[in-house]
Design a protein around this ligand. Structure first.
Ligand code: GLA
Length: 381
């Protein structure tokens, strides 16, 4: 049964009538442009066919009541009396409502049922999907106007100020603006977007290492601080404003670690723009080479990969139908992503399974691999 059907059935069972509103917001996989968003740079993700779906109806008062089927939890609070609680999915819901309230949106209560199929903590932005689904639900219940970039900013505010995660804007933006069958280039400085076709005759394969990120928050914040220090050194607002030539001219004056972090961000921004050109030229091979270079830069210069991520990339690249592969998301665990010839997709998945089977005795855990399709951003269904 689809998520949509499940939440409709569960809503009907609970409230004895069909839900007047059903909303959906997707997770994402980033194709290239990693750790560039908080440097005002470029990212090139796509929204995926895994999402959070909510069936709901407006209420006359200001109570929000949400049955979260995945967590077997009832999330319930009044908009006029929200308080921070222990870390739980409810905090994302409250945080989102808080951010909408801060923006002066007229809000009313609503009740409903929610379910999702974005794996949690895998680096596919399950939290952005949850936030944007809640935002879409709240705006639909209140009869407001949906402004996708503004809603992405509100979701980021929810993460930063309510949940306490200092993430950039990529995940929330792509969950808001994704386009079926397409990748989206996002300029994280002005939030302008360019919808781009995916290479023809290819598929995007997600390779979930099934390792979950540990210690990521402190490492993420440390990387951000290093990037900010490098930007200060160059006297610019963000590393987005430094070209590779400018970097090379002064790189020796930086301490080696800061230099490596900066080199990743600056070169990654250039790779994203080159990747855009590759998509416009329908050049899967060129796009794949950029993915490989991105992974090497994240592994060697930005130091956010892991053994499991490096292994899954090595495995993917060992198949001739794979144009390119890299780690995706914040790093330290989670998923790899590969661009693969569509006609060989099945064969590629079998190759991955066999490759890991051969290494089973070394205690290596096999990834969960699947083809992902680019989907639309947050929407009323
Ligand atoms: C996480 C953050 C994003 C981005 C990526 C790295 O997904 O939420 O904002 O910084 O890491 O590219």
């Amino acid at each position: 049964m689809t998520l949509q059907q499940t939440v409709i059935d569960q809503f009907t069972a609970r409230y004895h009538s069909a839900p007047p509103l059903v909303v959906r917001a997707p997770g994402r996989v980033n194709l290239i442009g990693e750790h560039t968003d908080y440097n005002d740079g470029f990212v090139l993700p796509m929204a995926i066919d895994r999402a959070v779906v909510i069936a709901l109806r407006p209420r006359e008062d200001d109570l929000i009541r949400l049955h979260a089927l995945d967590f077997d939890a009832l999330i319930e609070f009044r908009i006029s009396a929200m308080r921070k609680g222990e870390p739980s999915p409810a905090e994302y819901v409250k945080g989102m409502i808080f951010a909408l309230q801060q923006r002066g949106l007229p809000l009313r209560g609503w009740e409903g049922v929610m379910q999702g199929d974005v794996p949690i903590g895998a680096g596919l932005s399950s939290s952005a999907a949850l936030e944007l689904a809640v935002a879409r639900a709240a705006v639909a219940a209140s009869g407001g106007v949906w402004d996708a970039p503004q809603m992405a900013l509100a979701a980021q505010q929810a993460e930063n100020q309510w949940v306490g995660v200092q993430c950039g804007i990529m995940d929330q933006m792509i969950s808001a603006v994704g386009q079926r069958g397409h990748a989206v280039l996002i300029d994280c400085r002005d939030l302008s977007t360019t919808v781009l076709p995916l290479p023809s005759e290819t598929v995007v394969v997600v390779l979930d290492t099934n390792t979950r990120r540990g210690l990521v928050d402190s490492a993420y914040n440390e990387r951000r601080a290093q990037c900010e220090a490098a930007a200060r050194f160059f006297g610019v607002k963000a590393l987005r404003d430094v070209t590779l030539a400018q970097f090379r001219a002064r790189e020796a004056e930086l301490d080696p670690v800061t230099a490596r972090r900066a080199r990743h961000v600056i070169s990654e921004n250039e790779r994203v723009l080159a990747a855009q050109a590759a998509l416009l030229a329908d050049d899967a091979a060129a796009f794949g080479r950029l993915m490989i270079a991105s992974h090497e830069s994240l592994r060697d210069d930005f130091a956010v990969s892991s053994e499991a991520l490096n292994r899954v990339v090595t495995c993917a690249l060992a198949h001739p139908a794979c144009y390119g592969a890299r780690m995706t998301g914040a790093g330290f665990g989670g998923c790899g992503v590969a661009l693969v010839q569509a006609s060989a997709a099945e064969e590629f998945l079998q190759h991955v399974a066999r490759w890991y089977q051969a290494r089973q005795s070394d205690g290596v855990i096999a990834p969960t691999a699947y083809v992902c399709h680019a989907s639309d951003g947050a929407a009323l269904l």
